[in-house]
Ligand binder design. Sequence first.
Ligand code: ADP
Ligand code: MG
Length: 234
Amino acid sequence: MRILEISNLTAGYWRLPVIEDICIDVNDGTVVALLGPNGSGKSTVLKSIMGFTKIFKGSIVYNGVVITGASTTKLARMGIGYVPQINNVFRSLTVKENLEVGAYTRKNDLNIDEILEVFPEIKTLLNNKADSLSGGERQLLAIARALVSNPKLLLLDEPTASLSPKNTVIVLSKIREIKSRGIPVLIAEQNVLKTLEISDKAYVLVSGRCITSGPSEEILKNEDLGRLYLGLKR
Ligand code: ADP
Ligand code: MG
């Protein structure tokens, strides 16, 4: 089943469109990657889903409901979890408090212990301030926070940006685990190779346009694409 369908989306900020004619499908049970160089429009796609941009054209349908331009609160209540690239935890709160705030935004009986099974790395840090965590731990907390609200779709904006290679692998491995728990993920990333390994399907954006899309394994095999647009040298 299709959980998200973005059709011919043109969107941007104020008067200026920065992404044009974007079409993206996310099916249940899949991880979909949004790849492309810096400034290509990945974040703008995610922000458009969350209602943070000006939409000039196109539509966004979530679970059969048109959500184009819907409020962030409504989208959260409908089950869309969003982890922005920066400022995605409350730094002055403890890890536990951050998770509790996450759970509060959507009334449910999901327990934090269950989420912590997926994130043993932060389980021992529950009473530490988020501010004191390492970059990797903080990203894990941000993702865990989004999960305690029991989302039906998770949007992640460059969760590995500025992380060490080791932490990048840890964070990306969680995405597989999230998928195995039945939550589809749309992830914007610049770590092309590692993301293609954990995703089912990928879209490649260049200058606000989708230049290609397909099964991740096929994108991985396309050497020209990798060399020209994704900074891959092989
Ligand atoms: P990416 O996430 O792929 O790095 P972005 O979606 O952040 O790309 O940015 C796409 C384009 O939109 C860039 O040219 C960027 O300068 C522009 N842009 C991003 N945010 C804003 C904003 N708040 N106001 C105006 N332009 C923006
Ligand atoms: Mg971005």
